[in-house]
Design a protein around this ligand. Structure first.
Ligand code: DAH
Length: 357
C-alpha cells in the first residue's frame, strides 16, 4: 500500500475503497483490513507521526485523518455485510435438495380425489329438476316418532297397513314410539305443521332423504335407502295437477321418450291413491327381463292428500286440497344408469364408484 500523507488522503481512501469492494472473500477482507487500518498500517503510522505537529495543526490533521479512516472502515463494514450474505446464499444453494424427481414422480401418479357418489348425484339432479318446476327443497329428521311416521299419516296403531313398512324401532322411551323413518312421508307432516303455525300456506315442496326398513337386501331393495317426497297444498288442486306434475317430471328427468302412467293403488295417507310407473329405461318400453316384459317400471306412489292427514295437522279442507308423491332415489339411479343390482351402490367397489366420476 502506498504511503499515506495528509496531502494524498482522498486518493488513498479511494484506492482503499476500490480494493475493499473488489475483495472476494471474508478472509481476504480480513487481511486487507489489517493492511489498511491495522496496527502496522500507514494510517496508524501517520496518526502516530501527528505528535510532532503543533497543537492546532495536530487537531485539524487529526480530524482529517479520522474522517478518512472512518470512510475506509465504513467500506469494510459494507463489504463484510454483503460478503456474509453472499456466503449464506452459497451455503443454502449447496444444501438445496433437488426435488425434481419427487415432483415428477407425483405428476406421473394421478391423484385419486374422491367425488360425490351415485346417490348424491342423483339426488342433486332430482332436486334441480323439481326446483326447475317451482318446488322448494326441504329436510326432515331420520329419527321419528310413531306419530309422524304413522299416526298423523292416517296409520293408527295395529292398522294392517303398518305391515307395508317393516320398522326399526329405537330403544328410547315407551316401546315402539321412536323409530328410524320408513319413508320420507313424515316430513310432509312437519312441513304442514310448520306452515300452519306460521301461516305460510300454500306449500310446494320436495323432501329428499334417507329411510330405513327391516328388509333383507336383494337386487332391488336395500335396508337403508333414499326417497324423495313431494307435497303440494294449495287452493283448487286436483288429480289432474298430480298427473301433470308426474308426467312433466318424468320427461324432464329421464328424457322426452320416457313417459309415465298411474295405476290405482292404496296408501293410507292419500285418497285416491296411485302407483306411478315410467317407461322401462332399459328396453325403452319394448319389454325386457328388468320390467318383466311389461315395458313399465314402478317408481313410487302418489295421490290426493287424505282429509284425515289434513285434520291431523289442522289444515282447512274447505279451502285447501293437495297431492303428494314419493319414490326411491336409489331406484331412479338404478333406472337412469342401468344398474342391475342395487347392492352395488353400498359395496364401495372402486370399479363401480369410478363409473360415475
Ligand atoms: N311413503 C310411501 C312409501 O314409502 C310412498 C308414497 C306413496 C308417498 C304415496 C306419497 C304418496 O307421498 O302420496 O311406500
Amino acid at each position: 500500500m502506498v504511503d499515506v500523507s495528509l496531502d494524498n488522503l482522498d486518493a488513498v481512501v479511494a484506492q482503499c475503497v476500490g480494493a475493499i469492494s473488489d475483495a472476494s472473500s471474508l478472509d481476504s477482507l480480513l487481511s486487507l483490513e489489517a493492511e489498511m487500518v491495522g496496527k502496522r498500517s500507514p494510517f496508524t503510522a501517520l496518526q502516530k507521526s501527528l505528535g510532532s505537529l503543533s497543537p492546532d495543526e495536530r487537531k485539524s490533521a487529526g480530524a482529517q485523518l479520522q474522517a478518512a479512516r472512518q470512510r475506509v472502515e465504513e467500506a469494510f463494514a459494507t463489504r463484510r455485510t454483503s460478503l456474509a450474505a453472499e456466503h449464506r446464499i452459497a451455503v443454502l444453494e449447496a444444501d438445496r435438495l433437488d426435488l425434481g424427481d419427487v415432483v415428477s414422480a407425483r405428476v406421473r401418479v394421478p391423484v385419486r380425489a374422491g367425488h360425490p357418489g351415485i346417490i348424491s348425484l342423483t339426488q342433486e339432479s332430482l332436486e334441480d329438476t323439481f326446483v326447475g318446476m317451482g318446488f322448494v327443497v326441504a329436510d326432515g329428521p331420520e329419527i321419528e316418532t310413531d306419530w309422524y311416521n304413522f299416526e298423523a299419516l292416517n296409520i293408527p296403531p295395529a292398522h294392517p297397513a303398518r305391515g307395508m313398512w317393516d320398522t326399526f324401532y329405537l330403544d328410547i322411551g315407551e316401546p315402539e314410539t321412536v323409530l328410524l323413518r320408513t319413508h320420507t312421508s313424515p316430513t310432509q307432516i312437519h312441513l304442514m305443521e310448520e306452515a300452519v303455525a306460521q301461516g305460510t300456506l300454500p306449500l310446494h315442496a320436495v323432501m329428499p332423504g334417507r329411510c330405513y326398513r327391516r328388509d333383507t337386501p336383494d337386487a332391488r331393495h336395500l335396508a337403508s335407502f333414499h326417497q324423495i317426497e313431494g307435497l303440494v297444498v294449495d287452493e283448487g288442486i286436483t288429480f289432474a295437477d298430480l298427473a301433470g306434475t308426474i308426467e312433466t317430471f318424468t320427461r324432464a328427468f329421464f328424457g322426452p321418450d320416457i313417459t309415465s302412467r298411474l295405476r290405482p293403488a292404496y296408501f293410507p295417507f292419500t285418497e285416491p291413491s296411485a302407483e306411478f310407473e315410467i317407461t322401462c329405461t332399459i328396453c325403452r318400453g319394448a319389454g325386457c327381463r328388468t320390467c318383466s316384459q311389461t315395458g313399465w317400471i314402478e317408481l313410487g306412489g302418489c295421490g290426493m292428500v287424505d282429509p284425515a292427514v289434513f285434520a291431523a295437522v289442522g289444515i282447512d279442507t274447505d279451502r285447501y286440497s293437495g297431492f303428494a308423491f314419493g319414490f326411491g332415489i336409489d331406484r331412479c339411479a338404478q333406472m337412469r344408469h342401468g344398474i342391475a343390482d342395487m347392492r352395488a351402490i353400498t359395496e364401495n367397489d372402486v370399479r363401480f364408484l369410478e363409473l360415475f366420476s
